[in-house]
Every structure is written in C-alpha cells, then in structure tokens.
Design a protein around this ligand. Structure first.
Ligand SMILES: N[C@@H](CCC(=O)N[C@@H](CS)C(=O)NCC(=O)O)C(=O)O
Length: 249
C-alpha cells in the first residue's frame, strides 16, 4: 500500500503541528494504522498550494470559495479530499477496519461535530490570538487579516488582556462544563462508553490546539477543569491512536 498524503499547516513550534482541523485526519489515519506522509504548508500559501494540486475549495458563509487544509490525497485510489469531516467519511468507507464511526454512528457524530463547534467557537478568540504568535511573520499577517475578516472584529478583540480575556476564559470553562456533562452520561471513558470513536478525536483535537498554542500556565488552567478530564482525554486519545510519542516532537 502506498502512503496517503496529508496536507497540514506548519508553525514555528517543534514538530510543526498546531492546527485542530488537520489534526483530526492525522488521528484518524493513525488510529486506522494507515501509512501516511505529511506535507507542511505555510498558512499564507494554503490557497496557492491547494489550487496547484487541484484540491476543491470549501464555501465560506457568504458563498465564496476558500482553499483550506486539511486535504488528503490517496494514491491508492486517486482520491483527493478536502475538509476534515469528509476525509473521515472517506477513510471510513475506503478503509473500514478499525471504525471511527462505529455502530453506524456517522450521522450522529456529524451532529455532535456541529454541536461541539458551535458551543466552543464563541469562546476561542484568545486562542486565535495565541495562534498568530506561533506562525512565521508572513503567515501570521495573513492569519490575522483572515480571522479579523471572518469574525468581522478588529484584531485587538483576539489579543486583549484583562476583563475581556477573563470573560473568554469563563465562556470556555462553561462550554467545557457542558461537554463534561455529556461525557458524564457515558458509562466509559469515551463519549460512546467503552467504544472509541471520531467524536473523541474531535474533542481531543481542540485540546491539542490549546496545548500547543497556549502559554504553559494557560494550558495548566484548562488541565485543572472537570477533575483533569481534558488533559487525560488528550493523553487517552493520543494513546488510542498511537500518536503519543509523535505528539511530543
Ligand atoms: N471545515 C474545514 C475547515 C478547515 C479550515 O478552516 N482550515 C484552516 C486551517 S485550520 C485553513 O486552511 N484556512 C485557510 C485560510 O484561512 O485561508 C475542515 O474541517 O477541514
């Protein structure tokens, strides 16, 4: 079998990876034990590189095209897939062993994905601020302009310290109290009890983002919530997907 190719976006951090959406297929590929290589793309170059390989754009809310990572290319089938959820769906159909949508759960996990993103998105502005700090100067400039435009907010809304930042923290903690309530309804460590699924990958990939871009004391703050649930979940998902060692580099 030839290795699949994952297009991910790079950073100044050791090991490059930081972005939650490309992390999702990385976890899924690794969980399924599929060989893959990573192509690291500067954030400012994503559109140019994705166009050059013939990847499809996704649609912005105003209907315009947006070229994004992750994209996965599979030389075994010729497939070229854009969007983390579509990649997960493709991998599951093409390589059904070690399911990430067990018990026919893709429809429900798609709904979980939306619910989780909608819950957490209003609280991550300072995470976006921190993300700009770990990018190269060109990529940071591109990222700052892009995020300000998407959110329709001046950049200081993403970087402000003091009461505004504290309000974001409170919102994020409240969001994770809700996610914790969801997990409390499960009888095992995963959201589907003893059955691991893509839903746990979704939760862990945002944790990975937080851990990679936040200052140490900020990640410690998140780690202390809900009895240490989130750092533990990230560790458990990394282990389940055999990414524990690679995740530290
Ligand atoms: N729904 C998409 C979102 C992908 C996305 O927004 N990717 C970001 C990096 S995490 C991107 O490529 N942005 C390009 C840009 O902002 O121009 C997915 O899940 O793959």
């Amino acid at each position: 079998m030839q290795p699949l190719v994952l297009y991910d976006t790079t950073s100044k951090l050791p090991g490059n990876h930081w972005s939650p959406n490309p992390a999702k297929p990385r976890f899924a590929l690794s969980y399924k034990g599929l060989p893959f290589e990573t192509v690291w793309v500067e954030y400012s170059e994503i559109a140019t590189v994705m166009k050059s390989i013939g990847a499809k754009p996704i649609k912005r809310s105003d209907g315009s095209d947006m070229y994004t990572v992750p994209v996965v290319s599979d030389p075994n089938t010729g497939a070229l897939i854009t969007d983390s959820l579509e990649i997960a769906s493709y991998l599951e159909k093409t390589y059904p062993e070690k399911p990430i949508f067990p018990n026919n759960s893709e429809a429900l996990i798609r709904a979980f994905d939306s619910a989780y993103i909608n819950l957490v998105s209003p609280a991550v502005k300072f995470l976006i601020g921190r993300s700009a700090e770990i990018l190269s100067p060109d990529s940071a400039k591109f990222y700052i302009e892009g995020r300000s435009k998407v959110f329709n907010l001046p950049w200081d809304e993403f970087t402000s310290e003091g009461p505004k930042r504290e309000a974001q923290w409170e919102l994020l903690e409240k969001a994770y109290n809700t996610v914790h309530d969801w997990y409390q309804k499960s009888n095992g460590k995963w959201i589907m009890g003893d059955t691991f699924s893509y839903a746990d990958i979704l939760v862990a990939c945002l944790m990975l983002w937080y851990k990679r871009v936040l200052k140490e004391d900020e990640w410690t703050r998140i780690s202390s919530w809900n009895g240490g649930k989130w750092a533990q979940l990230l560790t458990d998902v990394e282990k389940e997907c055999n990414l524990a060692l690679k995740a530290v580099t």
